[in-house]
Design a protein around this ligand. Structure first.
Ligand code: ADP
Ligand code: MG
Length: 308
């Protein structure tokens, strides 16, 4: 960083922005943070790293939006488990060329979203280098003991649901989405959710996580899949469906419930957001999609993949 601005100045500024520590918590300023978990609760941990050039580029992203997204994708992982976000640690690899205002702007995006979700920033690490921006967030969540929802609980006959609409996230949604925490908590109260994931890589790819962990298959109904208005109307039906299946970064929730609970959700949606039944869990351990003419094709694992 520029010599007039040191890591310590940034950390001091961050501390001033986030003064109120939660009970049972010691945050920024010591060698580690300390958290005393409430009784009868379980702690959830996740971390996700975002890299300039891969997960965002400037423009269209601003430093605030990049910071916001880094926290938002982590909150979304907690939502997928029906966990309540509690606290987070932020690690930054800052490009030396961009200076302190850039670093503050990234942190501002993180701090604003943290406040919206009552997340306490409890630590992190700040470095600068000649490379591009890298933001890593480690997040901690809390859930009542054994109330978290796993990927492994889907059973044959379950109905598969998705919140919202899918596809076209790159047009802006991936920088602006609000993680569906309260939605997940409401659903978890309303029905017995058997399995759940958040859609980061795309429906076709993320559904496979549930299927593999649960040793089951799925049959999706092509006409039921809610395609976002972000996907161009000028494309063919097939291409629009492909966008909804594999664009990724929708950050909607994909979950399975018993048919009885499924019927209840359809007759009385407890969410302000739309939910759609898109298929059923089967026992044959492969995913198929049924088309309007009655034909079934295998649902390729066609979500966006990081090249390793
Ligand atoms: P140490 O050298 O012991 O790792 P640092 O000087 O790196 O400590 O950090 C001082 C304090 O500031 C620590 O509590 C650390 O967790 C916190 N911290 C550093 N960078 C950040 C950041 N970007 N966001 C939040 N907290 C941070
Ligand atoms: Mg350190």
């Amino acid at each position: 960083m520029a010599s007039s601005f040191h890591e310590f100045d940034l950390i001091q500024w961050i501390r001033e922005q986030c003064p109120s520590a939660k009970a049972n918590l010691i945050g920024i300023g010591d060698d580690t943070a300390i958290l005393q978990p409430p009784l009868n609760s379980e702690l959830l941990f996740a971390t996700d790293m975002l890299m300039e050039g891969t997960h965002f580029t400037f423009p269209p992203a601003t430093p605030e939006r990049a910071g916001r997204k880094a926290l938002a994708v982590n909150i979304s992982d907690l939502a997928a488990m029906a966990g309540q976000p509690h606290s987070a640690l932020i690690s930054l690899a800052l490009p030396k060329s961009r200076g302190p205002e850039f670093a503050k702007a990234i942190m501002q995006g993180i701090i604003d979203l943290a406040k919206e979700f009552s997340i306490q920033l409890i630590g992190g690490d700040t470095n600068s280098w000649d490379g591009p921006l890298v933001i890593n967030v480690a997040i901690i969540g809390i859930a009542p003991a054994s109330k978290s929802i796993k990927r492994s609980g889907a059973i044959p006959g379950d109905w598969i649901f998705v919140t919202g609409e899918l596809g076209g996230s790159l047009t802006g949604h991936h920088l602006n989405f609000t993680p569906l925490v309260s939605e997940a908590l409401i659903l978890n109260q309303a029905v017995a959710i058997h399995s759940m994931v958040d859609l980061s890589d795309g429906l076709a790819s993320d559904l496979q996580h549930i299927l593999r962990e649960s040793n089951v298959g799925a049959l999706l109904d092509a006409t039921s899949i809610p395609i976002s208005s972000r996907v161009s109307e000028n494309e063919s039906k097939q291409t629009r469906l492909q966008h909804a299946l594999s664009d990724g970064e929708d950050f909607e929730l994909l979950f399975t419930v018993s048919p009885e609970d499924g019927k209840q959700l359809l007759s009385q949606n407890p969410l302000p957001t739309k939910i759609t039944q898109i298929g059923e869990i089967t026992s044959r351990q492969t995913a198929f999609i049924q088309h309007p003419d009655g034909s079934q094709t295998s649902l390729e694992d066609s979500g966006w993949k990081h090249e390793l």
